[in-house]
Design a protein around this ligand. Structure first.
Ligand code: 13P
Length: 344
């Protein structure tokens, strides 16, 4: 193994940089393309992602790594260059989503709760992804707040899966992104910020217990959690300052200092809210880990809209993407300001 897991993990959360989550599965990317009336084909997916990865300014300065879907890590740009080589040339590390999705968890809550699958054959798949250039991976577990949920059964099963995945990654020389997401959407009226805090704390404590049991080296992983935030349907929405304060408090109570970095998911927050929350957390400071982004929607939404599937819009879309990447790069340093959005 030439690169040390610790070095890769630290590079993923380098100051002022974060991760682009571009690993939408075929179903999810179709939903995103539906919004711009574009058919999801192998070529349209390639064109879209090539546009992002060729945004050199953003990729060089603000994107430490990109999470890819299986199709993309094997795909070539229009001119025949492997997409992985384009991102590597910009100094960005290729990563790969390796879970095979969240499936209904058998039992009384099967209509609501899921367990993430993908452990079968994972050792062999990781060995192949390493050869294809991946140096980190992602596995997303989903925890839903609803009446009577989450159950301990759901949290335990998902935490166990994350730990087994993370141990296999490290064995393969690949840094695991450990992503337990407490969803912010849902119908539950009692899903306020404090309920999110309670469930996030419970989830993270369980995840780190399982990681310990599986002998995962915390120095060689990156945590990708949700922020502590009110559910989208909650009558009281918390202020940005409250989200930042409670998220930092919850992470301090649960995440060991040996974890090099925490890269948040955006989870359905608006582009600007996701940026503001991250910046405020970094402004609070005094934490042992780097705090940065691993955003999908909050990095891509503006670019996707500007692109609209049309070649003549590539430059405008790249400008939109570079702007969001720069704003989030500043947020990772605690230096984002609202007026910078207006200036653009
Ligand atoms: P969002 O930032 O859109 O939540 O996506 C991040 C991600 O990778 C979810 O697994």
């Amino acid at each position: 193994m030439t690169e040390k897991l610790e070095d890769i993990a630290r590079a993923m959360v380098a100051p002022g940089k974060g991760i682009l989550a571009a690993d939408e599965s075929s179903g999810t990317i179709k939903k995103r393309f539906d919004k711009i009336n574009l058919a999801s084909t192998e070529d349209s997916r390639r064109d879209y992602r090539e546009m992002l990865f060729r945004s050199t300014e953003a990729m060089k300065n603000h994107v430490s790594g990109v999470i890819l879907f299986d199709e993309t890590i094997r795909q070539k740009a229009k001119d025949g260059t492997p997409l992985v080589d384009i991102m590597k040339a910009a100094g960005s590390i290729p990563g790969i989503k390796v879970d095979t999705g969240a499936k209904a968890l058998a039992g009384p809550t099967s209509k609501i709760e899921t367990v993430t699958e993908g452990l079968d054959g994972l050792r062999e798949r990781l060995a192949e992804y390493y050869k294809l250039g991946a140096r980190f991976a992602k596995w997303r577990a989903v925890i839903t707040i609803a009446d009577g949920c989450p159950t301990w059964n759901c949290i335990k099963a998902n935490a166990h899966g994350l730990a087994r995945y993370a141990a296999l990654c490290q064995e393969a020389g690949i840094v695991p992104i450990v992503e337990p997401e407490v969803l912010m959407d849902g119908e539950h009226s009692k899903h306020d910020i404090d309920e999110c805090y309670r469930v996030t704390e419970w989830t993270l404590r369980t995840v780190f217990r399982e990681l310990y049991d599986a002998r995962v080296r915390l120095e060689g992983m990156v945590l990708k959690p949700n922020m502590v935030i009110a559910g989208q349907k909650a009558p009281r929405q918390a202020s940005a300052a409250e989200v930042a304060e409670k998220t930092v408090r919850c992470l301090k109570a649960t995440v060991p200092a040996s974890v090099p970095g925490i890269a948040f998911l955006s989870g359905g927050q608006s582009d600007e809210a996701a940026t503001e929350h991250l910046s405020l957390m970094n402004a609070i400071g005094g934490v042992p880990w780097a705090l940065t982004f691993s955003y999908g929607r909050a990095l891509q939404a503006a670019a996707l809209k500007a692109w609209g599937g049309k070649p003549e819009n590539v430059a405008a879309a790249q400008r939109a993407f570079s702007h969001r990447a720069r704003m989030n790069g500043l947020a990772a340093l605690g230096k984002w300001e609202q007026k910078l959005e207006k200036a653009a």
